[in-house]
Design a protein around this ligand. Structure first.
Ligand SMILES: Cc1cc2nc3c(=O)[nH]c(=O)nc-3n(C[C@H](O)[C@H](O)[C@H](O)COP(=O)(O)O)c2cc1C
Length: 168
């Protein structure tokens, strides 16, 4: 065993899932950013937690409207993940720029992005300050999956790919 910088230890966590955090600002403009720092944090009631950097436009949107959608990114969404993870909704309408197709939500005003593995509509339950991020804890108020299952995209330290089981 050897002691290393924190960043050297944490980069061993990959592959990591990619969750698209969808929200709207107070004027109704939608935004989306990928997040790896996301987890299921309660079963009853169902709740999710996501760590969002305080400089993100998404941070402002969730604080303003108190709702968001978490959706696991699916096969074929690599370009969407790369673009939405490197541009800010403060400067661009990512839905227009990427021509993102959506379906209507049922319990919030946040759109569901086509091509994701599953969608969880959340209302903000609690905001926990954690250094340079806030942890938004959301109560899941509706869940959706596509009619045909879509394979999940994972983050292999910057390369986005579908993980294949090892076959003997
Ligand atoms: C694969 C991936 C995972 C990311 N994970 C997080 C995360 O967990 N939390 C976070 O605040 N930013 C994360 N980011 C960075 C944001 O997605 C990025 O800063 C984005 O442009 C913010 O958009 P916004 O300003 O429109 O909210 C991630 C980016 C990528 C590409």
């Amino acid at each position: 065993m050897r002691q290393v910088p924190v960043s050297e230890a944490t980069k061993r966590k990959y592959p990591e899932w990619i969750v698209l955090v969808v929200s709207r600002d107070e004027k109704g403009k939608p935004d989306v950013m990928p997040a790896g720092w996301c987890m299921i944090c309660s079963g009853t009631p169902p709740m999710m937690a996501v760590a969002v950097g305080k400089t993100r436009y998404t941070h402002r949107c969730i604080e303003q409207t108190g709702e968001f959608v978490l959706a696991w990114a699916g096969e074929g969404q690599s370009e969407l993940v790369a673009y939405t993870g490197s541009h800010s909704g403060a400067e661009v309408d990512k839905f227009e720029a990427m021509n993102i197709a959506t379906s209507p939500p049922v319990a919030t005003n946040v759109p569901l992005i086509e091509g994701c593995v599953a969608h969880l509509e959340c209302t903000l339950h609690q905001q926990v300050e954690a250094g340079d991020h806030s942890i938004f804890v959301g109560e899941v108020v509706a869940a959706h999956v596509p009619d045909e299952p879509i394979r999940k995209l994972d983050n292999f330290a910057g390369d986005f790919a579908v993980a294949e089981p090892v076959k003997s």
